[in-house]
Design a protein around this ligand. Structure first.
Ligand SMILES: [Zn+2]
Length: 121
C-alpha cells in the first residue's frame, strides 16, 4: 500500500525531529497533500493511525492540508497554480511546464511535547 510507505517515511521524519528538539513525543503532525500525490486522504489517515503505535507519534493527530498543483514554466519561468490540471503556461502559453508542487505528501510541521524536567539534583 502506497499510503503505508508514505506514512512510514513521515513517522521516521517525525521521530528525527522530535529527537533533534529534545522532545518527548509529537502532539500533532501537519502534512501537505497535493492532487498529484496519488494519495487517498482517508487511507493516509488510516495508515497513520495504524502505524503511529509504538512511535513518538503514538498519540499525535494527523492534520492534512490540501494544496493545489503548482507549475513553473520552462520558457519564461512564470510560476502558477493550476486548478483544472491544465499543464500550460498562463503567460506565454508554452506547454513546457514543470510541476513544482502538489505532487507529493510533504511534512510541514510537527508540534512537539517537551518532557517535564524531572531532575533529581
Ligand atoms: Zn511561460
Amino acid at each position: 500500500m502506497h499510503e503505508a510507505s508514505l506514512v512510514r517515511t513521515l513517522l521516521r521524519q517525525v521521530a528525527e525531529l522530535v529527537a533533534a528538539q529534545g522532545g518527548e513525543r509529537a502532539v500533532s503532525v501537519n502534512v501537505e497533500v497535493g492532487p498529484l500525490a496519488g494519495v487517498e486522504p482517508l487511507l493516509l489517515q488510516e495508515a497513520f493511525e495504524h502505524l503511529r503505535r509504538d512511535t513518538v507519534a503514538s498519540e499525535a493527530a494527523l492534520e492534512i492540508e490540501y494544496v493545489p498543483v503548482t507549475l513553473r514554466c520552462r520558457k519564461c519561468g512564470h510560476p502558477q497554480e493550476t486548478i483544472e490540471l491544465r499543464f500550460q503556461c498562463g503567460r506565454c502559453q508554452s506547454q513546457e511546464v514543470d510541476v513544482v508542487g502538489g505532487d507529493a505528501v510533504v511534512l510541514r510541521s510537527v508540534t512537539i511535547a517537551i518532557a517535564e524536567a524531572s531532575s533529581s539534583l
